[in-house]
Write a protein that binds this ligand. Structure first.
Ligand code: PA5
Length: 469
């Protein structure tokens, strides 16, 4: 049940299985019974990959891009004190996940020496004026590179941020041309407003391949450039992703980690009453990876219609939680509430840093046992104990263990979850690459903001009968 090997990502799914859960969960026979369907699905995914429909796979092909990104990051990129990503959704979450996993969420608080003189990296993925104004108060725009990331080049949030920043840059420089040195666009290679502006105003730009959707774009320039600017090695990330891709070349379900993850989650949802899929890292640095996964799983699989156009309203609900913090917040519910969840723990086999717990108050039983261990050991013990306790309560859970927090492991993890998402799309029989459900909200917003050609809908105000306060 445990898949092991050196620096490989390990998936332990024993606690998804009925023998560990006193009959609840997935029987070995049922899982084995999925082998044929999975093999067909795998062949179909391979065919679509071959046809160029699943562009995120092509990001693994050897190209000049990682070297170009590295050259920019090592050269012009180091002239800046700050890098600010302007983007949202799939154009932001991957960069944040990589920054936090491989540099730490406290990166921007560290001084230049502690950052090896790499710039600070802020990912501005909302238009909350309080956040935007506060960031602009703290940074000097003349020492900042703004990486505007938008595949479509039309996303209202990102475009509004861009307008605010462009204006600030123009006012900050006497030379009217200087603003452009502080901008780098990552967008579609041919289409969209950003592409047009890049060309008209000679702004440096990087492409997002047309067949790569936002939430599958972390291994394109979307994620790789911000990562490289803070010293994360893009080629090593891609190497990790390639290693995972090789492991997922097989149509044998038991050998294919992405296939197992997708099939187990789908069976849990469809046949074992568990449509809520919690991802719970026992590492603060991996919390944003759970956030990235939440978007990938939700936006790809939550769909009104299936591939035949039938109304189905399917999709699991991904949830993120953090160990050990949420043991004191969520785990009571996971342990004793409805049997409607799976929990995927993210674990680290090796930690870069650990903190010994001193042997103090040895005579006090509530404290003495802790001394001589480390905080990392305590965290791991809590994870293992929570997994075992959940199983004891008949709650499905599995553990993904990264060898360590490095580029190779993150590349493996992200690639595995992307491939799993495509397999899961096949199992749910929905298109994992589109997101039609967000269109109406966008259109209504355009109308409210007066975009030409979009009629402002007459949105009803609050009905006084149903308003309190
Ligand atoms: O995954 C997706 O496709 C979305 O979340 C997009 O990334 C998000 O809507 C931003 O789109 P764009 O990059 O076009 O600005």
């Amino acid at each position: 049940m445990v898949m092991t090997n050196d620096n490989r990502l390990r998936l332990d799914y024993g606690n998804m299985m009925a023998p560990s859960l006193d009959g609840r969960g997935i029987t070995p026979e049922r899982l084995e019974g999925m082998a044929g369907r999975f093999a067909d699905l795998h062949v179909d995914v391979a065919r679509r990959r071959e046809a160029g429909e699943l562009g995120f796979y092509d990001l693994l092909d050897p190209t000049e891009l990682p070297a170009q990104i590295q050259a920019f990051a090592d050269g012009p990129g180091q002239a800046f004190e700050n890098v600010v990503v302007l983007g949202i959704g799939g154009s932001a979450l991957g960069a944040t996940a990589l920054l936090h996993a491989l540099r730490g969420s406290d990166w921007n608080e560290r001084d230049a020496d502690a950052r090896d003189h790499y710039p600070r990296l802020f990912v501005l993925d909302n238009v909350d004026p309080a956040t935007v104004a506060s960031l602009l108060d703290r940074i000097d725009v003349r020492r900042t590179l703004f990486n505007v990331i938008s595949k479509s080049g039309t996303t209202a949030e990102t475009m509004a941020q861009f307008l605010v920043i462009r204006d600030r840059l123009m006012s900050a420089h006497d030379d009217p041309e200087a603003y452009r040195r502080h901008l780098l666009f990552t967008t579609d290679p041919e289409k969209g407003v950003l592409r047009e502006i890049a060309e008209a105003e000679s702004i440096v730009s990087l492409p997002i391949p047309p067949a790569v959707g936002g939430r599958f774009s972390v291994l394109s320039a979307v994620g790789l450039l911000p990562a490289a600017l803070v010293g994360i090695d893009p080629e090593a990330l891609l190497e990790g992703a390639r290693a995972m891709d090789r492991r997922c070349h097989t149509d044998a379900l038991a050998e294919n980690p992405a296939g197992l993850f997708a099939v187990l989650q789908w069976l849990a949802d469809q046949e074992a009453g568990a449509p809520i899929h919690v991802m719970m890292p026992y590492s603060d640095r991996l919390y944003s990876a759970a956030d990235w996964f939440r978007q990938l799983w939700a936006e790809s699989l939550g769909k009104r219609v299936d591939l035949e156009g039938r109304e189905v309203h399917v999709g699991p609900t991904p949830v993120k939680a953090l160990g050990a913090t949420d043991q004191h917040s969520q785990v009571q519910l996971y342990m004793e509430g409805p049997f409607d969840k799976t929990v995927t723990f993210l674990a680290l086999a090796e930690r870069e840093r650990d903190v010994p717990i001193p042997r103090l108050y040895q005579e006090v039983p509530a404290l003495g046992y802790l001394g001589g261990h480390t905080l990392g050991q305590l965290l791991d013990a809590e994870r293992r104990a929570t997994a075992a306790a959940l199983a004891e309560h008949g709650r499905m859970n599995m553990t993904l263990t990264l060898a360590r927090l490095d580029e190779h492991s993150m590349g493996q993890l992200m690639m595995m979850l992307e491939i799993a998402t495509v397999y899961a799309g096949g199992l749910y029989q929905v298109n994992p690459l589109d997101q039609p459900g967000v269109e109406l909200g966008k259109k209504l917003t355009y109308g409210l903001m007066g975009r030409p050609g979009v009629e402002a809908a007459d949105l009803p105000g609050p009905d006084p009968r149903w308003v309190a306060g």
